[in-house]
Write a protein that binds this ligand. Structure first.
Ligand SMILES: *[C@@H]1O[C@H](CO)[C@@H](O)[C@H](O)[C@H]1NC(C)=O
Ligand SMILES: *[C@@H]1O[C@H](CO)[C@@H](O)[C@H](O)[C@H]1NC(C)=O
Ligand SMILES: *[C@@H]1O[C@H](CO)[C@@H](O)[C@H](O)[C@H]1NC(C)=O
Length: 484
């Protein structure tokens, strides 16, 4: 028998090549199908950076507890709960929510039903999104939330971000994205207190797909951290920032020319081109021409790091120093409104006194500090708490998720929105800037904002937080006894 003809190995080789080519084609096809599914899934509404909308409507939303009597400023005032319901009314495809807390239904029976009503209502509406065919996506760092379990059992897709593993911080981010067109950013959490007894401030931006698209990239970043215990060093382009402090989005807000961008923290959570919260704050402070008004729950330029059971605290100068510069070197008038509550760190008073003493013997130097304090009822430390986290200047507003505490910016996740008006404060009463400024001035002038002045007989010193507290309470007593 003759051996195999010389053609046979050739044929085998050809077969091999053909099979190999076929496999390659198949692999490419599979890759294409998967990537395009991904792309379609991501862009099913067809909104891209090229065709997104920049003619937007922005509204200030606030929650003012019923028993706070703040002077009216004569402006239309949109309650936070109405802002949320309007967003849900508009939702057609998707609602994406990030919140540090999920407690829309109070679990303790002592809560008065009327205080909890808005929270429960919002929860019911989130549950009923399914019946309208609207997808609900949630990112959370909570492992054992009954509310998230209920939502997940109904329709929600919930992704878990293990902040302990990633940065040892917390997930403070609080925002909504609806249909990749409308957004909310502010101080409120998905907590019934945010809709009743806590004082909150945020913004809802409608018809603003460019900004929503970029916030969605922050959301995607969180989404992809699902159950990971490290932050990947290489990220998909789909989380790269679209806008930042050097290339802000040009847009119209209620027909006024403006620019806007988002910032995030901590630094590890800043995808490519994303501006850090601290840098956004720098930019807003540095571009102020006449005034800077800041309203935060806590002001504490310290970073505390726990390491092997011991904790080390360092001075964190980042924000403190730009404020000093603005006050002393550029004569910008600065007002700082901080909450005075059970969790106020005792060193707050020292840092604040240090800031105030800068202006001694200086002309045209003005730095004022007031503490917002409401008489606590039933020992509920959140009652009447000014939970705001924003800054407004003569030309810009920064609305964030963090208090101005070093550890928060360094370890915890948060998002900020910077809006800069092109024409400053000219069109009175029209711009968001005017609204936020009016809200600040209303709080600043209210009976709850008190300056902490040391009594002479205390030689200008408080020996402890307790003493400062007694002093504040004595002042409060006086004011309650003789209003005005
Ligand atoms: C989160 O990460 C920490 C530290 O790596 C780990 O101990 C913990 O079990 C993780 N939690 C969850 C729910 O995976
Ligand atoms: C958004 O735009 C649509 C269509 O342009 C308009 O009908 C709607 O009233 C706008 N919504 C808001 C809140 O401005
Ligand atoms: C203080 O401000 C006034 C008015 O803005 C200005 O005329 C004056 O030169 C300033 N003085 C100093 C010392 O900067």
């Amino acid at each position: 028998m003759a051996g195999p003809t010389p053609q046979e190995p050739m044929k085998n080789q050809q077969k091999c090549i053909a099979v190999f080519a076929l496999l390659c084609c198949l692999a490419v096809l599979v890759a294409l199908i998967f990537s395009s599914v991904n792309i379609w899934g991501d862009d099913e509404d067809g909104i891209t950076e090229e065709n997104c909308n920049t003619d937007c409507r922005i509204e200030l939303v606030e929650n003012i507890p019923n028993d706070l009597s703040l002077p009216a400023d004569g402006r239309p005032h949109l309650p936070l709960s109405v802002g949320f319901h309007t967003l849900l009314d508009q939702a057609k495809r998707s609602v994406e929510v990030v919140s540090p807390v999920w407690a829309l239904n109070p679990w303790d029976l002592e809560t008065t039903p009327s205080a909890a009503k808005q929270g429960q209502l919002l929860f019911q509406r989130l549950l009923s999104l399914k019946s309208r065919g609207v997808k609900l996506k949630i990112v959370s760092s909570l492992t054992n939330s009954a509310e998230l379990k209920t939502l997940a059992a109904h329709n929600a897709e919930v992704h878990f971000v293990n902040m302990t593993a990633l940065t040892r911080g917390g997930l403070h981010s609080s925002f909504w994205i609806v249909d990749r067109k409308h957004i909310y950013i502010g101080s409120a959490d998905m907590d019934w207190r945010s809709l009743s007894k806590r004082k909150e401030l945020g913004v809802v931006v409608h018809n603003c797909s460019c900004l929503a698209l970029d916030l969605h990239r922050v959301f995607s970043f969180y989404w992809q951290l699902h159950e990971r215990d490290y932050i990947p060093s290489i990220w998909s382009k789909r989380v790269t920032a679209l806008y930042g402090r050097h290339d802000a989005l040009e847009l119209q807000l209620n027909a006024a020319e403006a620019t806007a961008y988002l910032s995030t923290s901590p630094e590890l959570f800043c995808a490519k081109d994303r501006t850090r919260d601290v840098d956004a704050i720098y930019q807003v402070v540095q571009s102020a021409k006449t005034f800077i008004f800041i309203s935060v729950t806590d002001y504490l330029p310290l970073v505390t790091r726990s390491f092997r059971g011991t904790s080390v605290t360092r001075y964190w100068s980042a924000i403190d120093e730009v404020i000093r510069e603005a006050v002393v070197l550029r004569s910008i008038r600065v007002r700082l409104l901080i909450s005075f509550w059970k969790k106020t760190h005792p060193l707050t008073f020292n840092f604040v006194s240090s800031l105030k003493s800068l202006c001694m013997q200086l002309l045209n130097c003005s730095l004022e500090v007031r503490f917002f304090s409401h008489k606590e009822q039933n020992d509920d430390i959140q009652h009447g708490l000014n939970h705001n986290k924003y800054m407004v200047t003569d030309n810009a507003v920064y609305i964030g998720n963090h208090d101005w505490v070093g550890s928060d910016f360094v370890y915890s996740a948060g998002v900020g929105l910077v809006v800069k008006m092109k024409n400053g404060l000219h069109e009175r009463g029209v711009t968001i800037l005017e609204h936020v400024k009016a809200a600040f001035e209303r709080d600043w002038r209210s009976r709850y904002a008190k300056s902490l002045q040391a009594n002479k007989d205390q030689q200008g010193k408080y020996r402890s937080l307790q003493q400062a507290k007694i002093h504040m309470e004595a002042k409060e007593e006086k004011e309650w006894n003789n209003p005005l």
